[in-house]
Design a protein around this ligand. Structure first.
Ligand code: UN1
Length: 501
């Protein structure tokens, strides 16, 4: 399928993809895929106002009926899994299997959200007063602003949107400037679902905001955006969080990770090696859950590192659309420069670098392919404590498990973590209150590739937000506590007597 056919399949109108100011490049070869017109900050106000109007109607549509819209979206995604996955590859540079995997994640969250639409449960609470009943009710919250990053250009939107829609909230989405085409494709698929749904869905339930920082800021600051859900760097989150908080809005932040795998002396080395390879090299190291640190027991370290080096050397690097490729390109030149700077700092801090060089520069002079890097470090130095969005795996050795655990926790980020061990004590300690301090703590599974059924997100500089499964839906709703007096008296709580009774 050529690009224009792909655009057509996904409902992208070719005439609207040219003549604008935002050039969209494919990281595969640097070619320009489209030039999109950009919104301005004043458009943001119009869009949010429209979304608010939509909210006033959508909140009264019964939740299971709202779920029907998400079911229809899931159907569109099933039908277009391959095409949308391919566009993800073209625009974000993922290999096809990972592009399709990302769309599968969207389908999964739609299924989850459809079920959730019949389970927006509140509690009943025992009242201390006779003839009284207490309960809590979950109501739609309002307009949800969603800001997403290039690396999961469609799944993160779907985590938010599938839940927001069943919870009764419209969405205004600002995708990364690096991946607006996939956003327009998602919007087109949702429009198809809306057409099938019928006319109880108001206009403006879902809108896409194309542009850079200025429109993002206008969205963040808009008083009618009840929840701002942002995925991206810690630097971005540090600005977004306080700005939303200053207007008493709600925010959900999913920011940087610095995810470690601990490998103990009893670990199954085959499984560990495979888990590390997928975690560190998959998506060319550009997942927020990418394995960036390997903390390995000294008795198995040399053997494991040798094995990883071999696997790294035989992992095919190249065009992600081609069969067999495992490592696609970095998103752009900035990402490449960031990687080289980090490797240089690692050398200065005593590290020994294996790999990390530019690849395929002759064939793709305007694209940024690299061999993934393994860096043997003398300890957890400063560079190791930073998230560099590239395939760099820092290796540190340990003697005692407590030391490994302390090292795992001793970074500012707290997204994902894993231990490979067959020692029950280590596994239990890792997942205990005194274990990993991350939002995700796995045993004998790598750090990336979480299922949608769990709450996704992490602590510390990762921002504290949780999206996707479990009870993450609650952040898209407001909770009302209701006390109903069905007696003929008016007793006050806490036994207070007030006035003449
Ligand atoms: C991200 O990189 O922002 O757990 C999300 C994973 C994926 C999601 C990653 N399910 O790796």
């Amino acid at each position: 399928m050529d690009t224009s056919e792909l655009f057509k399949t996904l409902g992208l109108d070719a005439s609207q993809l040219q003549g604008g100011t935002l050039a969209v490049h494919s990281p595969i070869d640097g070619s320009v895929l489209a030039k999109l017109p950009e919104h301005t900050a004043s458009d943001v106000d119009k869009m949010v106002s429209r979304a608010h109007e939509a909210f006033l109607k959508w909140r009264t549509v019964p939740a299971p009926r709202r779920g029907e819209l998400v079911r229809l979206l899931g159907e569109e995604l099933r039908e277009n899994k391959e095409a949308l996955g391919r566009l993800v590859s073209l625009e974000a540079g993922k290999i096809l299997a990972e592009g399709a995997g990302e769309v599968q994640e969207m389908i999964d969250i739609c299924d989850f959200a459809v079920g959730q639409s019949r389970q927006l449960y509140g509690l009943t609470i025992a009242s201390e007063r006779p003839g009284h009943r207490m309960m809590e009710t979950w109501h739609p919250l309002g307009v949800v602003g969603v800001i997403t990053a290039f690396n999961f250009p469609v799944a993160v939107w779907s985590w938010n949107t599938a839940l927001a829609l069943v919870c009764g909230d419209p969405v205004v989405w600002k995708p990364s400037e690096k991946s607006p085409l996939t956003a327009l494709a998602c919007q087109a698929l949702l429009q198809r679902a809306l057409k099938k749904f019928g006319d109880d869905a108001p206009e403006g339930l879902s809108q896409v905001l194309i542009g850079g920082r200025d429109v993002g800021e206008a969205l963040v600051d808009h008083p009618r955006v009840a929840l701002l859900s942002a995925t991206g760097s810690t630097r971005m989150g540090r600005q977004v969080g306080p700005r939303v908080a200053s207007r008493f809005g709600r925010y959900l932040l999913e920011l940087g990770g610095n995810n470690a795998i601990i490998v103990g002396p009893t670990a199954d080395m085959d499984m560990a090696a495979r888990g590390i390879l997928f975690g560190a090299v998959g998506t060319a190291g550009q997942r927020c859950t990418t394995t960036r640190r390997l903390i390995v027991h000294e008795s198995v370290a040399d053997q494991l590192v040798e094995r990883l080096k071999k696997a790294y050397q035989s992992a095919p690097i190249g065009n992600p659309l081609e069969d067999g490729t495992l490592v696609g390109p970095l998103i752009d030149e900035d990402a490449y420069n960031g990687m080289q700077t980090a490797l240089q700092q690692a050398r200065e801090q005593g590290g020994t670098v294996f790999g990390g060089e530019r690849q395929l520069a002759d064939q793709y002079p305007d694209a940024w392919y690299v061999s993934p890097a393994i860096v043997d470090m003398p300890g957890q130095t400063e560079v190791v404590c930073h998230e560099t969005f590239a395939p760099i795996l820092y290796v540190m050795r340990y003697q005692e498990f407590d030391e490994a655990l302390a090292m795992q926790n001793d970074v500012p980020q707290g997204l994902s973590s894993a231990v490979f061990t067959n020692d029950l004590r280590e596994a239990e300690q890792f997942t205990s209150a005194a274990g990993s301090d991350c939002g995700i703590a796995n045993v004998n599974i790598g750090t990336s590739g979480a299922e949608i059924g769990g709450a996704f997100g992490g602590e510390k500089e990762t921002g504290g937000g949780r999206e996707s499964g479990s009870d993450a839906w609650k952040v898209y709703m407001r909770r009302a506590t209701n006390t109903i007096n069905y007696s003929r008296e008016l007793p006050l709580a806490q036994g207070i007597k007030f006035g003449d009774d």
